[in-house]
Design a protein around this ligand. Structure first.
Ligand code: NAD
Length: 363
């Protein structure tokens, strides 16, 4: 990996944009888009990702190739590797760490609960510790999730709402992470920004997410099961297009102060901000499916199952007033436009419209 770091330095790490950014989870969905956006603005970017096999290893490699084409090197390493992090911080004067690496997804918890602890708690603390010891201390920005609002049924949820009752292991790990981030700000003067993302979609997205699975199954003429809340309420989520999320993250980075601590000691109060980044316009599952059917020109075969009351709100969406005011965050992409971009990319990426796929669901 020393060679990798060396190579990334050779790839004109210090650009004209002024920031030098470590992006963890760079081979992931949001990481890819943020690395490209940072690079296009002239910032120096080094990616870090452990390329785990969860979701789709090939897709991660394809994203890595795409990044390399743009001169961005992604180091194959784990955020739990304290030695690797120390060497990286010794070699590169990062101004910002944008921490996206995580074990996402609610459903994987029953298969591998340890993965959430490994990446979302232990890995986060290892990275925070490396930031604390770095000189200069970078501004630390990371993605939490709207999942932290858990069983809170008030909508739209805002940053000050209670989030002490997570509804999943994923949510619990993100909430725990928020506590650790707070401590590194409070005790060590690390400048911290927490971005609670809603549901993000777009090209190069995650194969475990509903819009990807629906697109795949509609094209394969497979039956799709959708859930509706108690009393036949449509489930709705704050679907937000990736470009809007990228804009919000970049705005947060541009306003983030450098840390006040030096060499691990706190020297003054540092920024500690939390923002919801969503679009504040809930999209129901039936509407999402209608839009996909239109773009794909194929009717979905839908089976509706009512879920028993589980304490979750059927309608979940964020108040984004704070991000609007402080970051000039202004999400603009409507689901019709964003899902069209996803579908066009998906067709290219998978070439699933080939005749075999249409007639043989095992293709
Ligand atoms: P993703 O799975 O596509 O990307 C995460 C990347 O992190 C992956 O490439 C994975 O290999 C890497 N990774 C995981 N554990 C690691 C470790 N220990 N060391 C190094 N790399 C590791 O996920 P995404 O959708 O791009 O999400 C990025 C971040 O945004 C995550 O923190 C996620 O929790 C958060 N988030 C995403 C959404 C969404 O809708 N996509 C919503 C809310 C929050």
């Amino acid at each position: 990996w020393q060679l990798s770091v060396h190579q990334s330095c050779q790839l004109r790490l210090v650009g004209t944009g002024g920031m030098v950014v470590m992006v963890t989870g760079a081979a992931g969905f949001i990481g890819l888009h943020l690395c490209l956006a940072l690079k296009s603005k002239g910032h120096g970017v080094v990616g870090l990702d452990n390329f785990n096999s969860h979701f789709d290893f090939t897709l991660k490699r394809e994203r890595q190739k795409m990044l390399l084409k743009h001169g961005i090197f992604v180091i194959n390493g784990d955020i739990n590797d304290a030695l690797l992090l120390r060497k990286l911080f010794d070699m590169v004067p990062f101004t910002h760490v944008l921490h996206l690496a995580a074990q996402p997804s609610i459903r994987y918890a029953s298969e591998n609960p340890g993965a959430y602890v490994h990446s979302n708690v232990a890995g986060l603390v290892t990275l925070l510790e490396a930031c604390r010891k770095a000189n200069p201390q970078p501004a630390f920005l990371w993605t939490s999730s709207s999942a932290v609002y858990g069983l809170n049924t008030k909508v739209p949820y805002s940053e000050d709402d209670r989030c002490d009752r997570p509804a999943s292991l994923y949510a619990a790990s993100k909430k725990a992470g928020e506590g650790f981030v707070h401590i590194y700000n409070h005790s060590y003067g690390l400048s911290t920004t927490t971005l609670r993302l809603g549901t993000v979609y777009g090209p190069w997205g995650r194969p475990d997410m509903a819009y990807w699975i629906f697109t795949r199954d509609i094209l394969r003429r497979k039956e799709i099961t959708i859930y509706e809340g108690p009393n036949k309420a449509d489930l709705a989520r704050d679907w937000t297009y990736i470009d809007d999320i990228v804009d919000g993250c970049l705005a947060a980075m541009e306003t983030a102060e450098m840390s006040t601590g030096t060499g691990g000691r706190k020297t003054g109060p540092a920024q500690n901000r939390t923002y919801n980044l969503g679009c504040s316009k809930p999209v129901t599952l039936p509407r999402l499916l209608r839009i996909l059917e239109q773009h794909l020109q194929v009717a979905a075969k839908i089976r509706v199952v009512e879920i028993p009351p589980n304490g979750n709100s059927p309608f979940m969406y964020a108040s984004i007033n704070l991000a609007r005011t402080e970051l000039n965050y202004d999400p603009r992409i409507e689901p019709e436009e964003g899902l069209k971009k996803f579908v066009d990319w998906y067709r290219d990426y998978t070439m699933i419209e080939c005749n075999t796929c249409l007639t043989d669901s095992s293709c």
